[in-house]
Design a protein around this ligand. Structure first.
Ligand code: NAD
Length: 430
């Protein structure tokens, strides 16, 4: 079945992106298996609304540079749209549209009252100096002001953005509307109405899922080794949480290179080393040896955790994976060809839209607290997160077992069905 969305491909601005086609192909597979209404499926294939803006920024040396920014809202059926903002050199409209679509399914699995969205600016954040990142963020917020709002679309951090970025968006939006509006973003600093535990939520959720998978496979955490690609927010917290369970993290990679130590990498020391070097990299850590990047994902281990970027596991390297569990911290790390290969192996896959859903779940808690002006403590946040993650994990496993399908098909089916049902029940306007 073609992965192409409905309509003439020549006039579809998304289809030049392989990541968008990958998301469409996943949706087509679910539509076919679950027998969903074709009209609803076609509506879900194309995002509801996309905005492309130019973002002019005065650079530190005085010249003006213009960046391209995107905000894509895949669905507003279940509530406001929700999704991260990514700063990355090669981000494009199709990639953002795919990520927005995955957010819809993720919110569906977790039963959150949101549709999916995503944003991006084509910029390498590591190259920004002085106040450039702040000016870029504020101007972008201003440019998309007409399509965001606490009941319309709520942003959060993603690759290359963080709590400080969210604080600038919160401030810019509040200056425009004339009152403090913390519920316009999630993942902001706790002092500004952020939620305790939000920064750690995605990594924690990843590890709750890994623990459930290990229990099902009867592997004790003490006998677990892990390999992690990406040592940013998701990757580093995942490592810290794994170490708390007494698992050993034996190899880690980031955009600059990969390191390995079979005795287990001391994560606290590595975080300290990373924070003190200029590029904020794991490369050069004295208590590990350097390995080629191509070896990282093929390193024998119990759990492999891609926590960096999409489409890193492809038909080329899928057969070389030597893990028992593949826990997808990143969005879209495994492409459909690789998926088909892995489906014939004994690898237990925890698909991205389930595995990394802890972030949006605690973002939801943050939004609820900001709207109610009543803040929770971390014990409550973590307990509610664990409850929702384990419930989602068990529903996905029950669906996979009952229908004899992969965990990915089960997760996608649950997420897509929820959104499709709501669309059908609301009907088509006018
Ligand atoms: P981040 O910017 O904090 O960290 C990204 C990490 O990936 C860095 O260590 C970077 O060096 C590394 N990286 C970048 N390019 C790489 C490459 N080519 N090879 C190897 N490593 C590379 O980003 P993050 O917030 O940790 O997000 C990572 C992934 O998790 C993304 O796919 C994101 O969409 C997904 N995600 C994040 C959250 C969240 O709450 N932050 C929630 C759900 C999903």
């Amino acid at each position: 079945m073609s992965a192409m969305p409905p309509g003439n491909p020549a006039s579809n601005p998304f289809v030049s992106s392989p990541t968008y086609l990958m998301a469409c192909q996943q949706l087509r597979n679910v539509v076919r298996d679950a027998g969903l209404d074709q009209g609803v499926a076609d509506r879900l294939m194309l995002p509801k609304r996309s905005q492309i803006v130019s973002v002019p920024v005065r650079m530190e040396d005085g010249h003006t540079e213009v960046f391209v920014g995107y905000r894509v809202q895949h669905s507003l059926t279940s509530g406001p749209s929700k999704g991260g903002l990514r700063y990355a050199k090669n981000v494009d409209l199709g990639e953002v549209a795919a990520l927005a679509m995955w957010m819809s399914w993720k919110c569906g699995i977790m039963n959150l009252p949101y549709g999916g969205a995503k944003g991006g600016i084509a910029v390498d954040p590591a190259e920004l100096r002085g106040g450039e990142k702040e000016r870029l963020t504020r101007r972008f917020t201003d440019e998309i002001q007409n399509i965001i709002g606490p009941r319309i679309d709520v942003m959060a951090p993603d690759m290359g953005t963080d709590e400080q970025t969210m604080a600038w968006i919160y401030d810019t939006y509040s200056m425009k509307v004339g009152y403090a509006c913390p519920e316009i973003v999630t993942g902001k600093p706790v002092e500004l109405g952020g939620c305790v535990g939000r920064k750690e939520a995605t990594g924690r959720g990843v590890v709750y899922c890994i623990s459930e998978a290990l229990a099902e496979l009867k592997i004790s955490p003490e006998h677990t080794t892990a390999v992690v690609q990406g040592f940013g927010n998701v990757g580093s917290v995942t490592c810290e949480e794994l170490v708390k369970l007494k698992a050993k993290v034996i190899a880690i990679g980031d955009r600059y290179g990969s390191i390995r130590n079979d005795r287990g990498i001391d994560i606290a020391k590595l975080l300290d080393y990373q924070s003190k070097n200029e590029r904020k990299t794991v490369v050069g850590f004295p208590e590990a040896e350097a390995i080629p990047d191509a070896e990282l994902l093929a390193t024998p281990c119990t759990v492999l955790i891609p926590a960096a970027m999409e489409r890193v596991i492809t038909a080329e390297n899928a057969g070389k994976l030597r893990c028992r569990v593949l826990a997808e911290g990143a969005n879209g790390p495994t492409d459909p060809e690789a998926d088909a290969i892995i489906a014939h192996s004994d690898i237990f896959v925890i698909p991205d839209i389930l595995c990394n859903a802890g972030g949006v779940t605690v973002s939801y808690f943050e939004w609820v607290q900001d709207l109610a002006q009543f803040m929770w403590d971390e014990t409550r946040v973590n307990a509610e997160l664990k409850k929702l993650m384990l419930d989602a994990f068990r529903r996905v496993r029950a669906e996979a077992k009952a229908r004899k399908v992969t965990n990915r098909t089960a997760a996608l089916s649950i997420g897509v069905r929820k959104v499709a049902n709501e669309k059908s029940k609301r009907g088509l306007y006018p």
